[in-house]
Write a protein that binds this ligand. Structure first.
Ligand code: PLP
Length: 243
């Protein structure tokens, strides 16, 4: 894909998202460059993904590509990603029988939401001799449709210790999907609770490596940045509405 084929709307939407991140960060006294923009690629074509990556590398931003489905991994294995050194992450619901595929391609796995998933990933990482970073997914909104551990340090600290017990996976932070509501107070409360939880677990275990907070999507990225997100995961605000 060459930039001559670039969709001008895509560039406009991307710049709008970057502006939103920059304004939120600056307003919160943060450096926008320390925030990774993860492209949530589900349902998008390799051509669309390549265009956005090209535009982002021109703009010198810290980026990652996030896949939801193990089945889309091969499809999105565009040489452009490797060429531009774009890290690939996994953000979707994990199944133990997909652990091998996910470990093979994802440098950072955002969605460790059950102990059997943590164990399956650890086993696969060891077999493949690949060291991988992981985030623990937390259900901060309590919505039943969402995966994740319960938002309490008593719940999360043992998971961090379980992950630290093996040699191949390294827990580096927490991930959440914010409350699905237009009530900004509820959204902020769910995102803030992820940071507070991370702080509490980090202190309890002396786990300085828990640096990452993956939170914020198209609709709530400003709030997430204000509440300390280090990775925002954005799909529709850049690529357009999903069909
Ligand atoms: C799709 C998805 C996103 C991005 O959602 P948008 O609302 O399209 O920005 C973020 N995180 C996860 C886990 C997703 O599945």
């Amino acid at each position: 894909m060459t930039s001559s084929a670039a969709d001008p709307q895509l560039a406009a939407r991307l710049d709008e998202v970057l502006g939103r991140i920059d304004d939120a960060a600056t307003g919160a006294g943060r450096d926008p460059q320390e925030i990774t923009l993860l492209l949530a690629t589900k349902t998008r074509t390799p051509a669309q993904i390549s265009q956005v990556i090209e535009l982002l590398s021109e703009r010198g931003r810290r980026i990652a590509v996030g896949e939801n489905r193990a089945q889309e991994i091969a499809k999105h294995a565009d040489p452009l990603l490797a060429e531009n050194g774009v890290p690939r992450h996994f953000i979707g619901r994990l199944q133990t029988n997909k652990a091998r595929d996910v470990v093979a391609f994802a440098e950072l796995i955002h969605s460790v939401d059950r102990d059997d998933i943590a164990d399956a990933l650890a086993r696969r990482a060891e077999l493949a001799e690949l060291r991988r970073d992981v985030l623990i997914q937390v259900n901060t909104s309590g919505e039943e449709s969402k995966g994740g551990y319960a938002p309490s340090a008593d719940e999360i600290a043992p998971v961090v210790e379980r992950l630290r017990g093996g040699a191949w996976l390294r827990p580096v932070g927490l991930m959440t999907i914010g409350a699905n509501t237009s009530d900004e107070t509820a959204v902020r409360a769910s995102l803030r609770s992820l940071r507070e939880l991370r702080d509490e677990v980090r202190e309890r275990l002396g786990a300085e490596e828990l640096t990452e907070l993956s939170m914020g999507m198209s609709g709530d990225l400003e709030i997430a940045v204000q509440e300390g997100a280090t990775i925002v995961r954005v799909g529709s605000a850049i690529f357009g509405p999903r069909e």
